[in-house]
Design a binder for this molecule. Structure first.
Ligand code: NDP
Ligand code: DXP
Ligand code: MN
Length: 381
């Protein structure tokens, strides 16, 4: 029985993780969970899954839940996230919180000897060198949950790392893939949130539309699979059926395919190396799919993808700036205060003014993250 601590239980990945736990009660149980502000859903989840530790974002919500569930411990804020991530009753952390707030809990879990399902890509973008070094030191497994990285992980199984030549990450192109840059000027939040293939949280759906999501995935792949940026390629693939590919020295290319359903990589991260039945999902039907399409991304059209490669290759604190600027700009776009095209403008400004510091420690990363957020927020006013 794997006892799981789940950060971000009320989100898209969080609720799908709970679906997986619920459909395999003989394999998984929920030891701890954290939510943000959605206390109604959190209360339903506590009643159903009975974790013994819970944390939420705000103190007043924690007090309310503690009254409703007097037999469990209810914490809040940063300390609550860290305590839930390193909870002694759990042996596996599923980190499905959104944003770089997931970094410190990830490190706490690694230090406490947990294996980790890492959906929270902002952690690896912000401080990939610290997280991967800590995982190596504490012999913690970092298991990808992002569909592309789970695909690559599976394409690597049974092969020798030194035989790998190139990783190829597929991208749907996002909500605006059929629009040119002029047509992006007046797009709305509602349009941006309408992803063609996946149903996900709001922030990642916007990242997908700007292709910052793909840029983050390139950085994530760099850290998870120890690949040089020049050996990680992005290809636009409208159907999101080929989830990613690995090319080997002999030019064999191994791909991972399946209908778009995040429960597949979530469940595999929890169950690997074995595979469990996945109920109520669509079997891939290639007759119905018909043609699969692939094309080269235009880096001028998708500037965030270029910024991510630039930040990754610069290294040091630059990826923390990329992430923090993006988190603020996307939140402001979702709040209706800036336009869609302004997102990339703020990111470019934040990166332009920053001189990257090499091999930063955690404290430096946290300071750069905070300072960048304040800078972008002050520009927006
Ligand atoms: N959704 C997907 O299919 C995929 C997601 N990912 C990655 O997984 C992560 C989660 O994404 P997704 O599930 O879509 O996001 P959602 O926005 O749907 O969920 C985010 C979760 O984090 C919680 N949360 C947000 N901010 C805080 C905070 N400051 N403190 C504590 N909890 C917080 C939310 O709580 P509440 O809602 O209660 O406020 C919610 O439970 C992201 O890093 C994303 O990039 C990666 C691949 C695919
Ligand atoms: C489901 C998943 O892993 C997302 O990160 C997905 O990749 C988003 O799709 P695109 O970024 O390719 O539009
Ligand atoms: Mn992905």
């Amino acid at each position: 029985m794997k006892k799981i601590s789940l950060l971000g239980s009320t989100g898209s990945i969080g609720t799908q993780t709970l679906d997986v736990i619920k459909s395999h009660p003989e394999e998984f149980s929920l030891a701890a969970m954290t939510a943000g502000k959605n206390i109604t859903l959190a209360a339903e989840q506590i009643a159903l899954f009975k974790p013994s530790l819970v944390s939420v974002e705000r103190k007043e919500d924690a007090e309310r839940l503690q009254k409703e569930f007097p037999n469990i411990r209810v914490l809040f804020g940063r300390d609550g996230l860290i305590e839930a991530a390193s909870y002694k009753e759990a042996d596996f952390l599923m980190n499905a919180v959104m944003g770089s707030v997931g970094l410190e809990p990830t490190l706490a879990a690694i230090e406490a000897g947990k294996d980790i399902g890492i959906a929270n890509k902002e952690t690896l973008v912000t401080a990939g060198h610290i997280v991967t070094q800590a995982a190596k030191k504490h012999e913690a497994l970092l298991l990808p949950v992002d569909s592309e990285h789970s695909a690559i992980y599976q394409c690597l199984l049974g092969n020798r790392r030194e035989d790998v030549d190139r990783l190829i990450i597929t991208a749907s192109g996002g909500s605006f893939r059929d629009l040119n840059r002029d047509q992006l000027q007046n797009v709305t939040k509602e349009d941006a949130l309408n992803h063609p293939n996946w149903s996900m949280g709001a922030k990642i759906t916007i990242d997908s539309a700007t292709m910052m999501n793909k840029g983050f995935e390139v950085i994530e792949a760099h850290w998870l699979f120890d690949m040089a940026y020049d050996d990680i390629e992005v290809v636009i693939h409208r159907e999101s059926i080929v989830h990613s590919l690995v090319e080997y020295k002999d030019k064999s290319v191994i791909a991972h395919l399946g209908s778009p359903d995040m429960r597949v990589p979530i469940q595999f991260a929890l169950s690997q190396p074995k595979r469990l039945e996945l109920k109520d999902t669509n079997r891939l039907n290639l007759w119905e799919a018909g043609a699969l399409h692939f094309s080269k991304p235009d880096f001028d059209r998708y500037r965030c993808l270029q910024y991510a490669y630039d930040a990754g290759k610069t290294g040091g604190t630059m990826t923390a700036v990329l992430n923090a600027a993006n988190e603020i700009a996307v939140a402001e776009f979702l709040a209706g205060r800036i336009s869609f095209v302004a997102i990339e403008e703020y990111i470019e400004k934040a990166m332009h003014r920053h001189s990257s510091q090499r091999a930063p420690d955690l404290q430096t990363i946290l300071e750069v993250d905070k300072e960048t957020r304040e800078y972008v927020a002050s520009l927006i006013g």
